[in-house]
Each structure stands twice: as structure tokens, then as C-alpha cells.
Ligand binder design. Structure first.
Ligand SMILES: Nc1ncnc2c1ncn2[C@@H]1O[C@H](COP(=O)(O)OP(=O)(O)OP(=O)(O)O)[C@@H](O)[C@H]1O
Length: 284
């Protein structure tokens, strides 16, 4: 993600690639503003997200993190500014078009998995495909493929009430991945979990995004969670005030304190190393 808090009056030129990494941009927000009555939630934010890049958004309560996520994901329309998905303006699409976009191009993981309690896990995962018109059998077959790689073998028939918090979040990760989205948005995905389970879920989530080539935009208060992402941006008062990128080859927890931007939250103890949870055979 390349960032700037300078307001723009029109969209950025559609730069296909990051100048130094060579990666293409999948999602671009330019000059985004959003107010709720007298409250300015976003005061002019520009972000560029590279394909497959994992980005954490941090900042104090009320700094605009969730609003930024909601705008980028097409949940809420910006007051001004533009949002481009692979070069196509999506910010001002109709509600119906944005709903379809969210279903087909984006995946979502929230603090509480928001699984449908009456449906077995496999049907929860298959649901986005079925809503897109895929026949039930094919959708469930595709959904089942995700269970073992995400550490959920044998959980297919369980209803959400029969799953632990960590298992529920992994089912939510599977549901977010099932449509092969360009971007997964996660808002405090570990917020309801203890730290060990949260680490497991972040390991699964970040590894799965990498394996599937999906970018991840993650909102969190927890530096330990943010450190699973390659890039962290810090927000304050509706603006981006700092940006930090993990060096290539570094794994979470290997950063030196000096590499932490001074505006970033206090450094947390080292995270556990990444272990791939997705065997090659399970990757597409
Ligand atoms: N739907 C809404 N109606 C009114 N005010 C809102 C709404 N959504 C957000 N706000 C306000 O906009 C500001 C930014 O909110 P936002 O939820 O984006 O912050 P945040 O950084 O995600 O906060 P938190 O970490 O507490 O979730 C806050 O002052 C909030 O009260």
C-alpha cells in the first residue's frame, strides 16, 4: 500500500504497477473523505494496495480505520474521492453493483465470524458461491477443499455453535477465500480470541492470503496482530500519519525496534514464526 494523506480532487492516474516492487495495484483510494454529521471520519486519505499485499491499519479508537475499510470495500460511499478496483471506478456504483462486487471480488472476516448459526460449516463456506449462482453440490465441493488446508478437517458438518472461537474464525477465513477474491478485508479478526488462538488465526489468514494471491487489508488495535502483515499504516484523526513496511524476507517478529515507525504503537513481543499451513497440493 502506498499512502498519502493529501486530499485529491480527482482520481490518481491508473498506475498499473508499484515503481519499486513491480507489483500491480489491485485497489486504489484517492482523496477519500467521509463525514457523519459534524464528525469528520476521514479527512482526505489516499492508499494504493498492491496485488497480494498484506496491510494492517492501526490507530486509536475513532481514528477512521473502519471507515477507511468500509469505503475501500464498497460498503459505504465516500463523500468525495475515488476508489478503483483494478482500474475500474467503484466508489459511486449503485448499491446493487457494490453488493455484487463485494460478493464476487472481496472477502470479509469480522471480529465475530458472523456465520449463520443454523447452517453446517461447509454450507456457511459455500454460501457466497451459491449466492453467485453456483449449484449447491459444486459449491460445497469447492468449500470442502478449503477445510483441511485451514486446519478444519472433520469440521465440515459442525454448526457454528459446535466450533471453538478459533475454529469459527478459520471457517470465516474459508468463507472469505471461497470466491477467490482480489482482496480480503478483516476488521479485528482476532478481537474476540485469546492471544494464542489469535496468533493461530493470523497465521492461517496471512498464509492463506499469500497462497491464494489475495491482498489483505486488516484493521486492528493489536501490534502483535499487525506484525503478521507486510505493511502497516497508522491513522490518527481521519488521516494517515505513518507507514511501515517489513523488509523483504523478514518474518513477523524479526523487525528491529528501529524499524518501527515512531508513530506506531508500542512494540509487542516477537510473534511466532510463520509456518505454512497450506500444503502445495491445496493451493490453486
Ligand atoms: N455510522 C456512523 N455514524 C456516526 N458516526 C460514525 C459512524 N461511523 C463512524 N463514525 C464516527 O467516525 C469516526 C471514525 O470512526 P471509525 O469507526 O472509522 O474509527 P475506528 O478507528 O475504526 O475506531 P474503533 O477502533 O473504535 O473501531 C468516529 O468518530 C466515529 O464515532
Amino acid at each position: 500500500m502506498t499512502t498519502s494523506d493529501t486530499p485529491h480532487t480527482h482520481s490518481l492516474p491508473n498506475r498499473a504497477q508499484h515503481p519499486s516492487t513491480g507489483n500491480s495495484y489491485v485497489l486504489t483510494g484517492s482523496g477519500l473523505t467521509k463525514s457523519f454529521g459534524p464528525t469528520v471520519a476521514l479527512g482526505g486519505v489516499s492508499v494504493q494496495i498492491e496485488a497480494g499485499e498484506t496491510t494492517a491499519v492501526m490507530g486509536p479508537s475513532g481514528s477512521g480505520k473502519s471507515t477507511l475499510l468500509h469505503l475501500l470495500a464498497g460498503i459505504v460511499k465516500p463523500d468525495s474521492g475515488s476508489i478503483e478496483l483494478a482500474g475500474q471506478e467503484i466508489g459511486q456504483l449503485s448499491e446493487r453493483a457494490r453488493t455484487e462486487l463485494r460478493r464476487s471480488r472481496f472477502g470479509f472476516v469480522f471480529q465475530f465470524g458472523q456465520l449463520l448459526p443454523e447452517l453446517p460449516a461447509v454450507e456457511n463456506v459455500a454460501l457466497p458461491l451459491m449466492l453467485g449462482g453456483m449449484p449447491r453440490q459444486a459449491a460445497e465441493a469447492r468449500a470442502r477443499e478449503l477445510f483441511a488446508p485451514l486446519g478444519l478437517a472433520g469440521m465440515e458438518s459442525r454448526r457454528p455453535g459446535e466450533l471453538s472461537g478459533g475454529q469459527s474464525q478459520r471457517v470465516a477465513v474459508a468463507r472469505a477465500l471461497v470466491t477467490s477474491p482480489d482482496v480480503i478485508f478483516a476488521d479485528e479478526p482476532t478481537g474476540s480470541l485469546d492471544s494464542r488462538t489469535g496468533t493461530e488465526v493470523m497465521n492461517v489468514l496471512s498464509s492463506a492470503c499469500k497462497a491464494h494471491g489475495a491482498a489483505l487489508v486488516l484493521v486492528t488495535h493489536d501490534p502483535q496482530v499487525a506484525r503478521w502483515c507486510e505493511r502497516t499504516i497508522a491513522m490518527r484523526d481521519g488521516r494517515i500519519v505513518a507507514e511501515y513496511r517489513r523488509e523483504p524476507g523478514q518474518e513477523p517478529g524479526q523487525e528491529s525496534v528501529a524499524q518501527q515507525h515512531p508513530a506506531m504503537p508500542e512494540t509487542a513481543p516477537a510473534a511466532q514464526p510463520v509456518t505454512s499451513v497450506l500444503p502445495e497440493a491445496a493451493r490453486r
